[in-house]
Write a protein that binds this ligand. Structure first.
Ligand code: GLC
Ligand code: MG
Length: 525
């Protein structure tokens, strides 16, 4: 069925948070051998590509998003040989491997930064963003770190401040320096030559900052209780026009190799987000579209969001959708498990590449983390603001044994309390489970070109009902979602391909369809 389109258009991405997928060596932390062990599951699930959150040497202050060596594997996760074995095993299955590229900042333990902070005339001084104190002293401008506090850290040894958009142990690289660009391009080539199928680029919209480091304006909509970062509009610190040249260069490196993908992590509204496809689509193939994560869960809001996003897409740009990741609340807890099933159908029937977050396919919840078990540095910096990211990073629930089949000992983060019910082994036996629903949706999407590749057309939206059509040549599917809990009837003819309740396959609808509360349905008209 796969027509002559790139895999990242027709396929489904699956994000693995390696610390929490499978522990193979009994240290309570997931690793690469663990991912290899679980390949049969991934094949059964039917996804096309795995994106691994960072696996490189790191002090782990931000769990791998603080890298001290871009071309190695952290011993916690294994060795380069394990990585090569993973790529080989995945490719044997026809699974692609996408790595996380974190080009915006390094760890303060990276040799580049150690060299840079050594002296004002270090050959690497300009690889980072160093500035003199302003006036009588104090930071160079008013910018705020996403993780709380100033973005500027004073370094007494050389009497200057360095810039960090995140933790102070994550100094930002200076992307205005061509040597930095060249070094990062070589990092990409290192992995692409090893067979990696592409990159998800961390905080792509942060890469270049204003050359004059102008103060950010206050945010007039800020209300106390919001994240401190929200006090200012990050006008000069993010999403600068020059970033698009940087992205175009990353894409050129990707294009030196066949059939690779460039994905960007970008939290911006649709109109600004789509600029990351680049002039003449020479930027990111897929600038991540996170809009579903924050949109209110009602039919009108979602219909409008899809329309706005579709309308904003440049000609020829390929859309994509995401419901969750390692930074945001789990969908099953945000919506409840009933609506999470509707959300699964939405994600897998919209036009554009879907990205699944490990565990969402079994309905894993956001796990409550006791204060003494908090690991997330953001939560530690800005406590009690509800940003804690540990709860969506807990170990994958494979079965109901002591450590959920994840490890033979106490894992690095607590397991959820519901492992007896929410786990792969149990759900595999249950034909109506969340896992069975995800598998059915993936199978349907793979079997039906209109779902994988066809156009999207809004049919109707009213109260809790959202109906849209997907069309490709003479093939057609109609999707009807009940975003409320009451029964809704609608006029339609056709036969049922799939219900989120998993109990109406092949049912013929000859005029009136009754959708139960939180039921979604795909019909062949
Ligand atoms: C991205 C990552 C997040 C990390 C941050 C800083 O947003 O997804 O986990 O903390 O970048 O690298
Ligand atoms: Mg381990």
């Amino acid at each position: 069925m796969r027509e002559n389109v790139p895999w990242w258009k027709s396929g489904i991405l699956y994000q693995i948070y390696p610390r929490s997928f499978q522990d193979s060596d009994g240290d309570g932390v997931g690793d690469l051998r663990g991912v290899i062990e679980r390949q049969p599951y991934l094949r059964e699930l039917g996804v096309d590509a795995l994106w691994l959150s960072p696996i490189f040497p790191s002090p782990m202050e931000d769990f791998g998003y603080d890298i001290s060596d871009y071309t190695g594997i952290d011993p916690l996760f294994g060795t380069l040989a394990d990585f090569d074995a993973l790529v080989a095993a995945a490719h044997d299955f026809g699974l692609k491997i996408v790595l996380d590229l974190v080009p915006n900042h390094t760890s303060d333990q990276h040799p580049w930064f150690i060299e840079s902070r050594g002296s004002r005339d270090s050959s690497k001084r300009d690889w980072y963003i160093w500035r003199d104190p302003k006036g009588e002293g104090g930071p160079p401008n008013n910018w705020l770190s996403e993780f709380g506090g100033s973005t500027w850290e004073f370094d007494a040894h050389t009497g200057q401040y360095y810039y960090h958009a995140f933790l102070r142990s994550q100094p930002d690289l200076n992307w205005r320096n061509p040597e930095v660009r060249g070094a990062m391009h070589d990092v990409m080539r290192f992995w692409l030559r090893r067979g990696v199928d592409g990159f998800r680029v961390d905080v792509m919209w942060h890469l270049i900052k204003d050359d004059m480091l102008r103060d950010n304006p206050p945010n007039p909509d800020f209300v106390p209780g919001q994240q401190p970062y929200e006090q200012l509009i990050p006008l000069y610190s993010t999403d600068r026009p020059e970033v698009h040249d940087v992205v175009a260069e990353l894409r050129q490196v990707i294009d030196e190799f066949d059939d690779r993908v460039l994905i960007g992590e970008i939290y911006l509204p649709p109109a600004k987000l789509v600029a990351y496809y680049g002039r003449n689509l020479a930027g990111a193939h897929l600038p991540f579209n996170f809009a579903l994560i924050s949109t209110p869960w009602n039919a009108r809001a979602i219909a409008k969001l899809v329309d706005d996003y579709e309308a904003a897409l440049p000609a020829g740009a390929w859309p994509n959708w995401v419901l969750g990741n390692h930074d945001r609340q789990r969908i099953a807890s945000r919506l409840g498990t009933d609506q999470a099933r509707v959300a699964a159908m939405l994600l897998l029937t919209l036009r554009g590449t879907p990205t699944l977050y490990y565990g969402d396919e079994i309905g894993m919840p956001q796990v409550a983390i006791a204060p003494d078990r908090v690991r997330d540095p953001w939560e530690k910096n800005v406590p009690g603001m509800g940003v804690g990211r540990d709860g969506c990073r807990t170990p994958m629930q494979w079965d109901e044994t002591a450590y959920a089949g994840f490890s033979v000992r106490e894992p690095w983060l607590p397991l959820s309390k519901d492992i007896a019910l929410v786990n792969v082994a149990t759900e595999r036996q249950n034909t109506a489970s969340m896992l069975s629903l995800y598998r059915a949706l993936v199978t349907l999407r793979r079997a039906r070109p209109e779902l994988a590749l066809g156009g999207y057309r809004l049919v109707s939206v009213a109260d809790d009902l959202l109906v849209y059509a997907r069309e490709h040549q003479d093939q057609r599917s109609l999707v009807a979602l009940n975003l409320g809990m009451a029964t809704i009837s609608l006029e339609v003819r056709g036969h049922v391909l799939l219900s989120t309740f998993m109990d109406r396959q092949a049912e013929v609808i000859d005029g009136l369809l009754s959708l139960r509360g939180a039921e979604g349905i795909v019909i062949e008209p």
